[in-house]
Design a protein around this ligand. Structure first.
Ligand code: ADP
Ligand code: MG
Ligand code: ZN
Length: 630
C-alpha cells in the first residue's frame, strides 16, 4: 500500500547531473553557434576584394575550408590594433583558383575554423556564464524539485510526510470492497457529509470527528479508507502510525502538528492514520522510568490535543485503522475524538463469495466455476487471503500451461494458502507414511462416526511446506455462528482421533499430533474459562482475551487455586474426548485398516470416496474399491 518515499539526497544529485549534462551539451553545440554568430557573412566577391586590398587596414591572415569546399571562414587582423574579425563566404563552385590565391596572399590555411579573437571572452561565455545561470536557476527550481518528489527537505524534518492522495490516486471505490456492508454504510454517511455538509448543519447534526476501523488483519480496513477518499472526492491524507515514530526525538509530535495544519488548509478532507496502535498505545503511569516511551507519548498527546483543537464543522474527518483496539489509550476513544468505532470483521459465507467474485473479475475462468464451494471451504479466511487464493489459482493455471483457471486450481490454491505448497519430493519412509495415513484416517473416521460433525471433504498425506504431513479437510454445510457444548466435544474428539488411531494400530505414539494437541488444549480451555461450558464453574469469566484480532492471547483472571482446578478440568475434558475417539476406532478397526490402505495407495482421496468405502456393507469388503473420480 505504502509507496516508497524517495531518498532525500536523490533530487540534489540528479539536479547536479542534469546541470553537468546541459553544460557539456551547450559547450558542444550551443556556444560555438553563439560565437559563430559573430562571424560576418560576406559575398564571394567581397572576400576576393578583401583578400587583395584588405579592409579598413586589416588583412586576411588565416582561412579554413569546409570538407566539401563550399564555405570559407577567414580571419582578418589589423596589424596596428591587433583586432581580429571573422568572416564567412560561400565559395563559387567553379572557382578552382581560390586555394592558390589564398596562398599567394600569404594566408595561413588551417583545418580548424579560426578561433575567436579573444580567448578570455570565449572562456567566459562558454564556462562561467552557464555556471552562473544554473546557480541562479538552482535557487529557484531546487526547492520545487524536492517538494515535487514528495521528499523531505533536510531542513524541514518536522514536516509531516503524509501523502496527499487526491481522488484519482486511490483508485478504489466502494464497489471494490465486497461484503462489509455495515462498515460501508457507516462510512457512506461520512462521505455524504463531506459532499454536502449543509443539510447536516441545517438540522444541527454534527458528524463524528473521527472513526476507528477495527478488525483482524486483511479484512479491508485500508481498502475501505481508500474507497472513502475516492467516493468523497476530497483530498486524502494518508499516514501510517509507524511513520510518526521517527529516530529524531520530538519529531513525531511535530509531524502530528504539521499534518493537522495541512489538513485544515485543505478542508474538507480526510486524514487517515493507518495502524494507529503504534502511536495510540495506552500511556503508562510509570513516566520517566521507561524513557523510550516519552517520544511516543508526546506524539499521542499532540494527536489528542490536535483532535480537540480543530473544528469538525470545517469538514476534516479523521479515519484510523487498527487491529489492536484494546491497547489504545482510552483518551483516544472518548467522544469528540474517535467516538465512532466501525468493526470490519472476517467475512461470512456471503461475504466470502462476494470477495471472491470481486477478485475474480479480472481473471479468465473456465465455465461453471462454483465460487460458493470455495467460499464454504475457506471459513475464517480474510479478504486478503481470499484475494490471494484467486491469484494463486491463476498462477497455477499459468504454471501448467493452461489459458483458463479451473475449479481444481481454486481448490488446490485454497490448500496452498491454508497449508502451504505441496512438498512433492519430500522423502518419507514407508513406515512413517503408514503412520501418517492411519493418523489422518483416524481423524476422518472419528468425525464421520459422530452425529452432526462437519462432513469430511478431503484427506491427503502429501506433505506441505507449512510442515503439515497430511491433513483432513472438513467443511461445514451451513456456517454456524454459535458453538454448542456438543459441537465443541465433537471437535475435541475429532482432534484426538489422529493420535488415537496411532495408539490403536501401532501401540505407540509419535510427535505428529503436536498441532492437534495444541488446538485441542486451546479449545478445551476456552470452553471452561470463557464459554461457561465447565462442570465445576458457573458463568464465570476465568480468562480474558487480550488481542482478539491477532490470534487471541488470553490472560488469567483468577486465583492460583482456581487456576489449578482449571488445568485439571481441561485435562479431564480432553481425556473424555480421547477415550471416546479410542472407542470409536476400536469399534471400526476393520474400516480403519481398509481406509488407511486405500489412502496410502492414493495419497489423496475425496470425501465421496471416503464415504463410499465407509458405507460399503461388510460382506462386500475385499472387493474392488469404488470407482470414483478415479
Ligand atoms: P487491512 O484490514 O489489514 O488494512 P487491507 O485493506 O490492506 O487489509 O486488505 C488487503 C487486501 O485484501 C486488499 O488490498 C484487497 O485486495 C483484499 N481485501 C480485503 N478485504 C476485502 C474486501 N472486503 N473486499 C475485497 N477485497 C478485500
Ligand atoms: Mg491495513
Ligand atoms: Zn492430526
Amino acid at each position: 500500500m505504502k509507496e516508497e518515499r524517495p531518498n532525500n539526497s536523490r533530487p540534489i544529485i540528479s539536479y547536479l547531473v542534469f546541470v553537468v549534462i546541459i553544460m557539456l551539451l551547450s559547450n558542444a553545440f550551443l556556444f560555438p553557434r553563439i560565437l559563430n554568430n559573430q562571424v560576418e557573412e560576406v559575398a564571394y566577391t567581397t572576400m576576393l576584394d578583401m583578400l587583395e586590398n584588405g579592409k579598413d587596414g586589416a588583412k586576411v591572415v588565416q582561412a579554413s575550408l569546409d570538407d566539401e569546399n563550399r564555405t570559407l571562414v577567414f580571419m582578418t587582423e589589423n596589424p596596428t590594433t591587433t583586432e581580429r574579425r571573422l568572416y564567412q563566404t560561400n565559395i563559387w563552385p567553379n572557382d578552382t583558383t581560390l586555394l592558390s590565391r589564398l596562398t599567394e596572399a600569404g594566408v595561413e590555411i588551417s583545418v580548424e575554423i579560426p578561433t575567436q579573437a579573444n580567448p578570455l571572452i570565449s572562456f567566459l561565455v562558454s564556462w562561467l556564464l552557464p555556471i552562473v545561470i544554473f546557480m541562479a536557476l538552482g535557487q529557484l527550481i531546487l526547492p520545487r524539485i524536492m517538494n515535487g518528489a514528495g521528499g523531505q527537505n533536510v531542513l524541514s524534518l518536522g514536516k509531516s510526510n503524509a501523502k496527499i492522495y487526491i481522488e484519482s490516486q486511490t483508485g478504489k471505490t466502494f464497489a471494490d470492497v465486497a461484503g462489509q456492508d455495515e462498515a460501508k454504510e457507516a462510512l457512506k454517511e461520512i462521505v455524504s457529509y463531506l459532499h454536502d455538509g449543509d443539510c447536516y448543519k441545517a438540522i444541527g447534526a454534527k458528524l463524528p470527528k473521527g472513526a476507528l476501523l477495527v478488525g483482524p488483519p486483511g479484512t479491508g480496513k485500508t481498502l475501505l479508507a481508500k474507497a472513502v477518499a475516492w467516493e468523497a472526492g476530497v483530498p486524502f491524507f494518508s499516514i501510517s502510525g509507524s511513520e510518526f515514530v521517527e529516530m529524531f526525538v520530538g519529531m513525531g509530535a511535530a509531524k502530528v502538528r504539521d499534518l493537522f495544519k495541512q489538513a485544515t488548509e485543505k478542508a474538507p478532507c480526510i486524514v487517515f492514520i493507518d495502524e494507529i496502535d503504534t502511536i495510540g498505545k495506552k500511556r503508562d503511569g510509570a513516566g520517566g522510568i521507561s524513557g523510550g516511551n516519552d517520544e511516543r507519548e508526546q506524539t499521542l498527546n499532540q494527536l489528542l490535543a490536535e483532535m480537540d483543537g480543530f473544528d469538525a464543522a470545517k469538514g476534516v474527518v479523521i479515519l484510523a485503522a487498527t487491529n489492536r483496539p484494546e491497547i489504545l489509550d482510552p483518551a483516544l476513544l472518548r467522544p469528540g475524538r474517535f467516538d465512532r468505532r466501525i468493526p470490519v470483521e472476517l467475512p461470512d459465507l456471503q461475504g466470502r463469495i462476494a470477495i471472491l467474485n470481486v477478485h475474480a473479475k479480472d481473471v479468465r475462468f473456465e465455465d461453471h466455476i462454483d465460487m460458493a464451494a470455495i467460499a464454504r471451504a475457506t471459513s475464517g479466511a480474510s479478504g486478503a487471503e481470499l484475494a490471494n487464493i484467486i491469484n494463486e489459482a491463476a498462477l497455477r493455471a499459468v504454471r501448467e500451461g493452461r489459458e483458463r483457471v479451473g475449479q481444481a486450481d481454486l481448490m488446490e490454491s485454497v490448500e496452498t494458502v491454508i497449508a502451504g505448497y505441496q512438498r512433492k519430493n519430500a522423502v518419507i519412509s514407508d513406515r512413517e507414511k503408514r503412520i501418517i495415513a492411519y493418523h489422518e484416517i483416524g481423524h476422518a473416521l472419528v468425525a464421520a462416526k459422530q452425529k452432526n460433525a462437519a462432513p469430511v471433504t478431503k484427506i491427503t498425506i502429501i506433505p506441505r511446506t507449512s510442515g503439515a504431513l497430511g491433513y483432513t479437510m472438513q467443511v461445514e454445510e451451513d456456517e454456524k455462528v454459535l458453538m454448542s457444548r456438543e459441537d465443541a466435544m465433537i471437535e475435541l474428539t475429532t482432534l484426538t482421533g489422529g493420535r488415537s488411531a496411532e495408539e490403536v494400530v501401532f501401540g505407540s505414539v509419535t510427535s505428529g499430533a503436536s498441532n492437534d494437541i495444541e488446538k485441542a488444549t486451546r479449545l478445551a480451555r476456552a470452553m471452561i474459562t470463557r464459554y461457561g461450558m465447565s462442570k465445576q464453574f458457573d458463568m464465570v469469566a476465568l480468562e480474558t482475551v487480550t488481542n482478539q484480532y491477532l490470534g487471541g492471547d488470553t490472560s488469567l483472571a483468577c486465583s492460583a487455586e482456581t487456576s489449578s482446578l482449571i488445568d485439571r478440568e481441561v485435562n479431564d475434558t480432553i481425556r473424555e474426548a480421547h477415550e471416546k475417539a479410542l472407542s470409536i476406532l476400536h469399534d471400526n478397526r476393520d474400516k480403519l485398516d481398509e481406509l488407511a490402505e486405500y489412502l496410502l495407495d492414493r495419497e489423496t482421496i475425496t470425501g465421496e470416496e471416503f464415504m463410499a468405502i465407509l458405507n460399503r456393507p461388510a460382506n462386500l469388503e475385499g472387493s474392488e474399491p469404488p470407482k470414483l473420480n478415479a
